[in-house]
Design a protein around this ligand. Sequence first.
Ligand code: CUA
Length: 344
Amino acid sequence: MLAVPGGPDPTRRVRLGRTARVAALAATLAGCGLSSSQTTLDPRSDFARQSHSIFMQILWWDTAIFLIVAALLVLAILRFRERDPQALPVQVRGNAKLELTWTIAPAVILTFIAFPTVGAIFRTQAPPTPDALKVRVVGHQWWWEFHYPDLGITTATELYLPAGQRVALELSSTDVIHSFWVPALGGKRDTPPGQLNRILLTPAAPGEFPGQCAEFCGASHANMRHWAVVRPAADFQAWVARQKAPPAEPAEGSPAAQGRQIFTTSPCVGCHTIQGISGGQLGPDLTHVASRKTIAGGMLENDGGNLARWLKNPPGVKPGSLMPDLKLTDGQVSALVAYLGSLK
Ligand code: CUA
């Protein structure tokens, strides 16, 4: 860059530009944190409240330690600064009292942190209590399955829960390690294959809380999203009734009926369950797929356009998707969109 005589110093301008960009990035990140409900700082269950309380305790310990260390540092800088360049400072070697202090003090602080932490770990992964609603949470590459064994419901991506009722989640995986995490409600807890992990929590009040797989699990790890949808008890029961109902019956000769015909005669049936129609286990249960807000593991809004895009070329939309490109024609896609869209 050429310097213009008398003009502003270009090095300074570059520096200012860089500072402005860093400040903008920091503001954006701060904005993300504040505007997103995917935060642990606004706890909405007993589990999340315990985690938050431990976080605050650690924060206060850290603040105290920082202030003490900073004060000692300032004191040392001022008190032991060089006054006479010729004079040799007092030579010291070892100080048993000091060394004992800085060994024992952190051990005591860590003990204070350990008690609530270990207690919360055991409380939040206790076996289901008799009053708890049981949900089996199964991680798949790259979507979450939610099975309610006592209600006979299987769904995906949206975990419906009744507010104020204890919930016992049983976490597992069919392939690799995922990690179930809804920041507002608690977690994160891993799903190592072949192992069952647990979460016991009570959602405090109705709301919709986003979550995200929190363990790198392959190409579409970032596209493995989920929601906890907490509803008042009566609304939750209404949702249960809708989910337990048989799938919608398309009218004779309608595009949806044509879509059902394509579904039942294509490889779709090998991977997906639609109650009374098919029993595939590899992909999400589609019995009431139209009742969900999203498709493709929470990646896309559930509307006709996105569904068509998804059916046309799944791996093109979601990297690594196990659902292959079935080379469906546009006509087949729109019939399938009509059928799946009818499964409220
Ligand atoms: Cu599943 Cu990351």
